[in-house]
Design a protein. Structure first.
Length: 89
């Protein structure tokens, strides 16, 4: 169906946007973008529940906890909860 694998198109897109390599010299790919998008969605959408995020990401809540949300710091979660509280006032 496609002449080239989707990975090649993604690499070209990242290079065109000059974001192929992060500030620490690591290459970005579909996996890293997926991880980042799930983390940002969790952090910046205060009302989203882990189960909803799992459905959106096509994974399980356990997988989210183990591989995506497991390394969140208490400070990040506290900021998220504080923001949610302030918005409800």
């Amino acid at each position: 169906m496609f002449l080239t694998p989707h990975r090649h198109a993604l690499v070209k897109l990242l290079e065109a946007a000059t974001v192929r390599v992060d500030t620490q010299g690591r290459f970005r790919n579909a996996k890293t973008i997926r991880h980042t998008s799930l983390m940002l969605r969790f952090l910046y959408e205060p009302d989203i529940r882990p189960h909803e995020l799992a459905v959106i990401g096509g994974t399980s809540s356990k997988m989210l906890e183990d591989y995506y949300l497991g390394h969140l710091t208490a400070e990040l979660v506290q900021d998220r909860l504080t923001q949610k509280t302030l918005e409800s006032l």
